[in-house]
Design a protein around this ligand. Structure first.
Ligand SMILES: Cc1cc2nc3c(=O)[nH]c(=O)nc-3n(C[C@H](O)[C@H](O)[C@H](O)COP(=O)(O)O)c2cc1C
Length: 191
């Protein structure tokens, strides 16, 4: 809970639609490990979004509106994505493209999780995409966890002390950064 007694709501977006995705597993584990006062919910809309088409801007299908509203309502976004052919998976880029024309993502605090240390190209590309979309990447909350190498599933992650401590520290650092941004913004508005 923040100082005003409000729960911090984080939206977790996985760039993988795979049922046994390591990135989704990492986000699910983060949701289980979130301390009191922080809630992490997993976005399940990416696979249902139509291909982005600028002609539909202003007349977006309901699923797109719901997705954008989820992003807009969140205090922060955690993205965890695989790398495909040295790039960001199309399904994730498609979802981000739907956010470009609106205001839901502007100044949104973003933590980038990475479940595979060798996937450096997608992470670099995602950093650039989120930055140009005016997302605020919180570096102290952005982590790389080697799930593939450790072969960790959700249950074993939450009982793996090193990974638990990295994940918890990232979540807490993210919540603290969100609070700092909120304070800065309200101070600016008071001027
Ligand atoms: C089509 C395809 C392309 C891939 N390309 C890369 C790549 O360029 N670099 C890399 O490090 N891994 C690559 N991988 C491996 C995935 O990034 C890796 O398996 C990742 O952990 C999958 O994430 P997930 O478990 O969340 O689905 C590729 C996998 C697939 C299916």
């Amino acid at each position: 809970m923040n100082k005003a007694g409000r729960t911090i709501q984080l939206l977790a977006i996985s760039g993988s639609l795979r049922a046994a995705s390591s990135n989704t597993t990492l986000l699910r584990a983060a949701a289980l490990l979130a301390p009191e006062g922080i809630e992490i919910s997993l976005c399940d809309k990416l696979g249902a979004l139509p291909h982005f088409n600028p002609d539909l801007e202003g007349a977006e299908p309901p699923v797109v509106k719901d997705f954008c509203a989820q992003v807009g309502a969140a205090d922060g976004i955690i993205i965890s994505s695989p790398e495909y052919a040295h790039g960001v998976p199309g399904v994730l880029k498609n979802a981000l493209d739907w956010l470009v024309g609106g205001f839901d993502f502007i100044n949104k605090p973003v933590a980038l999780f990475n479940a595979s240390p060798r996937s450096t190209y997608a992470l670099a590309s995602l950093t650039e995409i989120v930055s140009i979309m005016s997302g605020r990447i919180v570096s102290e909350a952005s982590i790389t966890v080697s799930l593939r190498e450790l072969h960790l599933d959700e249950a074993s992650i939450v009982s793996h002390p090193e990974t638990v401590s990295v994940l918890r520290a990232a979540i807490v650092a993210f919540a603290e950064a969100i609070e700092r941004y909120r304070l800065e913004t309200s101070n600016e508005e008071d001027k």
